[in-house]
Ligand binder design. Structure first.
Ligand code: NAD
Ligand code: MG
Length: 418
């Protein structure tokens, strides 16, 4: 990666008069709002230049009033019309855009040297790719595009000189534990393995027989992190960790065999890197996404994030356990997808997005999520050649197969697809 560039760009960069413009793709979400919180602490250093969202007009309008971006994009055309009316009535100088073109414009904006990729799901792929192609510093929270097409994002970054910096807390932790001057694409000197930690989610100790009946509210009540609903469900099934295993392979050029997943319920150690001499380096901190966001915004410098200092005595103990494969079948499915390679991770991701949306709509039960994904993986053959058009076609095919499977097994919620 070009995180991985050895000579990082000077903060401010040419033409920005010491001020860095920031686009946030997905500003109304959990990561987007955390990013705005960090940016607001550094008005001398950063300026919010563009914000994007899907449909949340109220929140976007408030963000326009507080952060005065040059551009605001609503993916949804009707929502954009509504925002336009409100922006005009309030006399704000914000250009309102809509649709995929609007997202691409925000990603490519000349006055933005930094783009925070914080859209949820595959919907973030094209705008993130646009930011990479334009050579921006791209803060990658949105992991699904990396799972689907990490090799393309990395190649494009090499071509354009974009800096890819991981914001997912585990990958940011790993990056912080790598040798200084680490360059993407090169083997990590002396690496033995990567230990990817996870909290185990809200159902770590729930009796297995009760899992089929859990509700979306229970699944979204994460014990340690406050996040969007899709990633909260992924954290409950541990598909989030499966996606993160693939994300780590893409970002750090390691094989799945070099990654070990460890449950760590306190979520204080965000991941570890183990070296051949027996040293194990870890990054610790309170579970608050503002730390990795601030790290990636200012890297290689450090800036205040607003996160409470870690009190080890208050934490008192750190526990670790291995994930139970029976409780968390999504881990096996993610491992299968990465072993099959090609477009299989994109197929896995698409099936998971459809299954999680159906669970959040109470159309299927919690344990149906891995069943749906398994069905899709068995029905949609992967393509070896993972070009962008092929990835997008297989993503669409996987969604279709997942939808058809769900529709064909219509049933009352929480009884299980047979
Ligand atoms: P969220 O649901 O809270 O926010 C998603 C944002 O994307 C919103 O602004 C929404 O308007 C926008 N969006 C949704 N669908 C869209 C579409 N079709 N087109 C354009 N914009 C769309 O999600 P989140 O929890 O902030 O997560 C964002 C990404 O970051 C995810 O990929 C997630 O896996 C990753 N991530 C999140 C956290 C976290 O703590 N929340 C941690 C690590 C990684
Ligand atoms: Mg994570």
């Amino acid at each position: 990666m070009n995180i991985l560039q050895s000579s990082p760009s000077v903060p401010g960069g040419p033409g920005t008069a010491g001020m860095q413009g920031v686009t946030i793709l997905g500003s109304t979400g959990s990561i987007g709002m955390n990013a705005l919180d960090v940016l607001a602490r550094h008005p001398q250093r950063f300026r919010v230049t563009a914000l994007t969202a899907n449909k949340q007009v109220d929140r976007m309008f408030e963000q326009c009033r507080h952060h005065a971006p040059d551009v605001a994009v609503m993916r949804d055309v009707r929502a954009a019309g509504e925002l336009q009316r409100r922006v005009e009535a309030a006399g704000l100088k914000v250009e309102v855009l809509s649709g995929e073109n609007g997202l691409a414009r925000a990603a490519a904006l000349a006055q933005s040297s930094i783009v925070v990729a914080a859209i949820v799901g595959a919907a973030g792929l094209l705008p993130t790719l646009e930011a990479v192609r334009c050579g921006k510093r791209v803060l990658l929270a949105n992991k699904e595009p990396l799972v689907m097409s990490g090799h393309i994002l990395m190649q494009e970054a090499c071509r354009s000189g974009a800096e890819l910096l991981p914001v997912d807390s585990e990958h940011n932790a790993i990056f912080q534990c790598l040798p200084g001057g680490y360059r993407a694409g090169l083997p990590i000197p002396g690496l033995s393995r990567i230990l990817l930690t996870c909290s185990g989610g809200p159902f770590r100790t729930t009796p297995l027989a009760e899992l089929a009946g859990v509700t979306p509210e229970q699944a979204c009540a994460h014990p340690r992190w406050a996040m969007g609903r899709k990633i909260s469900v992924d954290s409950a099934t541990l598909m989030n960790k499966g996606l993160e295993m693939i994300e780590a392979c893409r970002l750090f050029g390691v094989s799945p065999q070099q990654i070990e997943i460890v449950i760590h319920p306190q979520s204080v150690i965000h991941s570890l890197v183990s070296y051949v001499d027996g040293s194990v380096l870890a990054q610790l901190g309170n579970p608050d996404m503002r730390t990795p966001i601030a790290h990636a915004l200012a890297w290689p410098e450090r800036i205040d994030s607003g996160v409470r200092p870690l009190d080890l005595v208050e934490v008192a103990r750190l526990d670790f356990e291995r994930p139970d494969p029976q409780r968390f079948p999504c881990l096996r499915l993610a491992a299968e997808a990465v072993r099959r390679g090609g477009t299989a991770p994109a197929i896995l991701n698409a099936a998971n997005e459809v299954a999680v949306a159906a669970f959040l709509d109470e159309a299927v039960g919690f344990m149906d999520i891995p069943r749906i994904i398994e069905h899709v993986l068995s029905q949609v053959p992967e393509n070896e050649e993972a070009k962008l058009e092929v990835i997008l076609a297989d993503d669409a095919r996987a969604r279709e197969v997942a939808q058809r499977y769900i529709a064909g097994h219509a049933r009352s919620p929480r009884r299980g697809v047979q």
